[in-house]
Design a protein around this ligand. Structure first.
Ligand SMILES: [Zn+2]
Length: 311
C-alpha cells in the first residue's frame, strides 16, 4: 500500500547532494579516507578530515554528533594475493590509531525507544591507495542524504545514523554493535548501506540499476521483502532482489553476531561484481549516480515504512 508522505519524502532525495558529497570524499579535497594517509600540508589524516566533513554536514542539518573511539590499525598489503584481496594482518610495527564511530540521532515522538538504524562504513581501503568511491563512499553519502531528508520529519520512532570503519582492523562496527547490545538498545530495523550501485560490467553495459538486499537470519528476510515492496509501490525502478547469505558478513554481520538478527545490507551486486573493487580505479567518475539515487530512495522508503508501522 502506498503512502503519500513516503512518496513525497523520497522525492527530496537529491542526486546533486549525493554527487557533490561523493566527489568531496573520494576525489577533492579528500582523495582517500584512511588513518594512514594525510594530504600534504594538512595536520589531520584523511579519515579524521572525513569525520569533520560528515560532522559539519550533520550539524548543519540540526543533528548533534557523538563520537565513539576504537583502537585500530591499518591492514598490511600482501601483493602475493589476488588484486582485490591484498589486505592482510598488520605487522608488529604497524602503529595504532583511534578510529571514530560517528552517531547522529533523531528521537522519535511516539516510540522513542524503538530505533531504526542506518549505518555505513566511511573509511577507504587502508592497504591500497583506492578512493573507495563505491566501497563505501556511496553508502556514506547515501546515509548522509537520508539524514538530510529526514531532518525536519516528525518521526514516530528514533532514527540513528552510524558512520563506522571497516577497511582498518578491527572493524569499528563490532564495538558499536557490542555497545548497543550491552545498553539493550531496541534496534527494530538495521540497514547497512555498502557499495550501493556497484555492479558487473555486463550490468553496466545493459544499463541496469541494481540493488541486492542481503539477509542472514530469518528475522532479516521481512526487511529484504520490504525493499522489494517499496521498489514496486513507489515505482523506484530498481532491479531489486533479495539474497540470503550463509554467514554474517560486513557491518550488518557485526550486529547479527551481537544478537541483532534483523540486520540487512543493501549492496549493488552479490557476489560483489564491481570490476574496480578494492582497486585504485574505484573512482567517483565511475559511480552510477542515478543508481545510487534510486537505492537511496528505496532505503529511505523502507525506513519510513518501518517508522509508520507499515510492515
Ligand atoms: Zn571493502
Amino acid at each position: 500500500m502506498s503512502n503519500s508522505l513516503i512518496s513525497d519524502l523520497i522525492k527530496l532525495v537529491d542526486a546533486n547532494q549525493l554527487r557533490q558529497n561523493l566527489f568531496s570524499l573520494s576525489k577533492s579535497p579528500l582523495p582517500y579516507r584512511k588513518l594512514n594517509h594525510t594530504v600534504p600540508g594538512n595536520i589531520k589524516n584523511t579519515l579524521y578530515q572525513t569525520d569533520d566533513f560528515i560532522q559539519k554536514k550533520l550539524e548543519s542539518w540540526g543533528y548533534g554528533v557523538q563520537k565513539e573511539g576504537v583502537k585500530v590499525r591499518a591492514f598490511s598489503c600482501d601483493i602475493s594475493k589476488p588484486k582485490a584481496h591484498q589486505y592482510s594482518s598488520p605487522t608488529e610495527e604497524s602503529p595504532w590509531f583511534t578510529a571514530y564511530n560517528l552517531y547522529a540521532k533523531k528521537t522519535g515522538l511516539v516510540y522513542p525507544e524503538e530505533i531504526i538504524l542506518f549505518l555505513s562504513h566511511k573509511d577507504s581501503q587502508s592497504w591500497v591507495d583506492s578512493p573507495g568511491a563505491y566501497d563505501n563512499c556511496s553508502g556514506t553519502v547515501s546515509t548522509m542524504e537520508i539524514a538530510r531528508v529526514l531532518k525536519d520529519y516528525p518521526a514516530q520512532r528514533s532514527f540513528w545514523f552510524l558512520f563506522c570503519n571497516e577497511e582498518h582492523t578491527p572493524w569499528t562496527s563490532v564495538s558499536a554493535a557490542e555497545n548497543a547490545k550491552s545498553r539493550n538498545d531496541n534496534l527494530v530495523a538495521i540497514f547497512n548501506l555498502d557499495s550501493m550501485g556497484g555492479k558487473s560490467q555486463a550490468e553496466i553495459n545493459a544499463g541496469l540499476k541494481t540493488n541486492v538486499t542481503l539477509f542472514t537470519k530469518p528475522q532479516g528476510e521481512q526487511f529484504a521483502d520490504l525493499m522489494g515492496e517499496v521498489n514496486r509501490v513507489y515505482s523506484i525502478g530498481l532491479n531489486q532482489r533479495k539474497q540470503k547469505r550463509e554467514t554474517p558478513g560486513d557491518d550488518d554481520g557485526s550486529f547479527i553476531k551481537s544478537g541483532f538478527p534483523i540486520a540487512i545490507m543493501n549492496v549493488g551486486s552479490f557476489p560483489y561484481a564491481d570490476p574496480n573493487y578494492h582497486l585504485e580505479t574505484d573512482i567517483p567518475e565511475l559511480v552510477d549516480i542515478q543508481n545510487l539515487w534510486m537505492s537511496t530512495q528505496a532505503s529511505l522508503a523502507a525506513g519510513l515504512s518501518v517508522d509508520l508501522g507499515e510492515m
